[in-house]
Design a protein around this ligand. Sequence first.
Ligand SMILES: *Cc1c(COP(=O)(O)O)cnc(C)c1O
Length: 459
Amino acid sequence: MAVHSVSAAPSEQFDDFYSMPISEKRLAKHRIPETQSSPRAVRALVLDELALDGNSAQNLATFCTTWVESEVHDLMDECLPKNLVDKDEYPQTAEIESRCVHILADLWHSPAGETTMGCSTTGSSEAAMLCGLALKFRWRAAREAAGKPADRPNIVCGPVQVCWEKFARYFDVELRQIPLEEGATGLRPHQVREYIDENTIGVIAILGVTFTCDYEPVREIAAELDALYDETGLDIPVHVDAASGGFVAPFLQPSLVWDFAVERVVSINASGHKYGMAPLGVGWAVWRTAAYLPEELIFRVDYLGGDMPTFALNFSRPGGQVVAQYYSLLRYGREGYRKVYEAASSAARALGERVARMEPFRLVYDGEGALPAVSWTLKDPGAAGFTLYELTDQLGRRGWQVPSYPLPADRDETVIQRVLVRHGIGYDKLTLLARDIESCVERLTRGETGPGTQSGFHH
Ligand SMILES: *Cc1c(COP(=O)(O)O)cnc(C)c1O
């Protein structure tokens, strides 16, 4: 008998889920079970399976939030039933979304920060679709007004994330992707001209190239387009894909001119769930002023007896991520974001210095000047005696997720390894990673990589 009297039914009290019938069966995988099961047991078994996933605290491959304060967990829980689309039922959630848009518009120097258009999305991918559509609709309207054909739009960019390939394919726009020049980490301004014509709906500049973590020079790309306009009359807008840099540059590189301060920039997207410090499931699209979001794309929904303009691919969406984004903006402020990313950046640079001292490596990005990250390549892949893919594999044995991948065309002969440093990844963890890299490299160069060739398992 239990020492304390408890109100739970005795069978509940003493059941251990590993002694329940459900734990003796395989969990349903293709058909819904006929009967119900105990919530405790199902929860335990599902969590047990999820434990086989990689450990997100050691995931150095992702840009996305993997650590949040407990207050964010509370807010997410409280917001579970709130549907972002129900503006009438949840007017304060709608209000909070709108405040976030205007805070970001102001942070990114919109000339109409308090009145411009913008929206939350599920991430930068949805935001890219929306901003791309706005570019396409504006271009089409201008072409039709000029009595010219508007059936073959193209968009010009450097090494973009896959969301832009999706945008191009889903919405019938030709993607003109400019290959990387020798030694380049992103699009270079002088490259854009020859890819542009009267059917170009816009140029995408990336603040935080996924593959190299570097910022493309938005101001210089815009200046090149200004010159093109003066010479040819082609007036090409710039969209900035600031998926990661949008929440880093304003705090770590405040003097960098990349946002609406550049007149040619008409829209910006960013991922709240990357360096925005919101949990997974939120991104942002913001237009320079309301004039850059064509009216035909806007749907009006009832809102407290009035109407509210909305622009989204989805209908129902959770409110929690948007509320958590607002929490992060209020909680950290400029000071907090700066401090967190200064710490992340200095931890990344320290890792970079240590990797640079290791014989086989040459740094590709040392963590200075753009995202808090570091990447490296093999100085001499032929002579190293191992590949970076093998090193990724070895590090995986300690749980570290450190990806290796080739750079985009035309630098795809270079394979690099990249570590992203975010909120929740501290100096000490990276020191442990560095030590593991050193010992993996030592084993790999000695050719000791197979199972059982380490010091071994002792009973
Ligand atoms: C991550 C990323 C995206 C896609 O963002 P999601 O929020 O994951 O949809 C787009 N562009 C760049 C540059 C990115 O780094």
